[in-house]
Design a protein around this ligand. Structure first.
Ligand code: EPU
Length: 313
């Protein structure tokens, strides 16, 4: 659904200079792919965010909140409705309080996870080691429960604050949240606005060693710094005949380096798809389909995507 002129003017009144129309989403994707969003809003504060969400709900305009664009494939036809990007206005974090050995950090959803992780390392705070080198924002990493074998962001969550479709600001304790592998159960119409992270005082050198080790591993075993969306597929259930790494399965199926258009399966880690420059979302989706088909044929394992796909074809 396209926005009418009246709706555009209303949205401009609410969001002022934080609203842009026909924004190319490729600029907001780590893979540099994505057609235009009808409207793109970077709310400067929570009141503006709520006003934009209220406008969308009342006018039946679809909306979606995005983070760092590191886990979402945006289709070439772009996004109808409003994309809310929590960045400026939602980019602060601070030590909130201390409880014995615990240090609680309050972080806005738009803060890059890297900034909080580096701060934790500098301060000798343990709990975010597994996030070293992970792109994206705190909000995005929470929704996708980002992490590695060294730990997930959910391990460090004490509580999160969201704004839901009824425009209620709700704070939820960790025990009320259903985190699982690369997932948090949460309606897509709910925006995470901040999180309280519970970290522990630890040994600074030990924390730094762990983080540096992980970073080095990522740099040698993954196409670090290239235009990708991270791992494309979720690892299949453990205990299967072929182990649990989707990357290893794709590799064993001989698919490293295969291309559709300008999208290529990485030669470094087969669970990554690279945009060689000018790849379309269609290229990526066809390549994903091809990989699933070949892995299914060879190993009888149906891979599920870890990346989220949004927008119009
Ligand atoms: N392997 C291959 N070929 C490949 C890729 C991997 O043989 O092309 C082998 C490796 O040699 C290793 C095994 O598969 O023996 C496991 O590989 P790795 O340690 O890279 O772990 P992974 O299961 O493939 C997971 C996460 C990554 C995360 C790493 C490190 C998923 C889908 N992937 O990968 O997460 O960085 O562990 O902890 O859970 C992401 O979610 O975006 C992501 C990259």
């Amino acid at each position: 659904m396209m926005l009418t002129v009246t709706q555009k003017n209303l949205l401009l009144e609410i969001g002022r200079d934080s609203v842009r129309f026909d924004e190319p989403m490729a600029a907001h994707s780590t893979m540099k792919i994505g057609g235009p969003a009808d409207a793109f809003v970077v709310p400067r504060d929570i009141e503006t965010l709520k006003a934009v969400m209220r406008f969308a709900v009342e006018n039946e305009v679809p909306y979606i909140t995005i983070g760092g664009g590191s886990d979402t494939l945006i289709r070439d036809g772009g996004i109808r409705g409003i994309v809310i990007h929590l960045r400026e206005g939602f980019n602060r974090f601070e030590v909130s309080r201390e409880e014995g050995e615990d240090v609680l950090i309050l972080a806005d959803a738009g803060v890059s996870s890297g900034a909080v992780t580096r701060f934790a390392a500098e301060q000798g705070l343990s709990g975010l080691e597994g996030l070293a080198g992970i792109p994206g924002t705190v909000g995005g990493n929470i929704i996708t429960n980002a992490g590695t074998s060294l730990g997930w962001i959910s391990n460090a969550i004490d509580e999160i604050t969201v704004v839901d479709r009824q425009i209620r600001e709700l704070t939820m304790k960790k025990k009320a949240l259903e985190f699982s592998y690369r997932h948090l159960r949460m309606p897509r119409s709910t925006s995470v606005v901040r999180a309280l992270l519970r970290l522990k005082r630890g040994d600074k050198a030990e924390i730094e060693t762990k983080m540096n080790g992980l970073l080095e591993k990522r740099k040698t075993t993954q196409p670090y710094g290239q235009p990708t969306l991270g791992c494309t597929f979720r690892n299949p259930e453990k205990g299967g005949k072929h182990g649990s790494s989707a990357g290893a399965l794709i590799d064993e199926a001989g698919l490293k380096g295969i291309r559709v258009g300008k999208a290529r399966v990485s030669e470094i880690h087969a669970n990554f798809i690279i945009n060689e420059g000018g790849a379309t979302a269609k290229d990526v989706e066809i390549l994903i389909g091809l990989v699933r088909e070949r892995v299914k044929e060879k190993f009888s394992v149906l891979l599920e995507t870890e990346i989220h796909v949004i927008g119009e074809k």
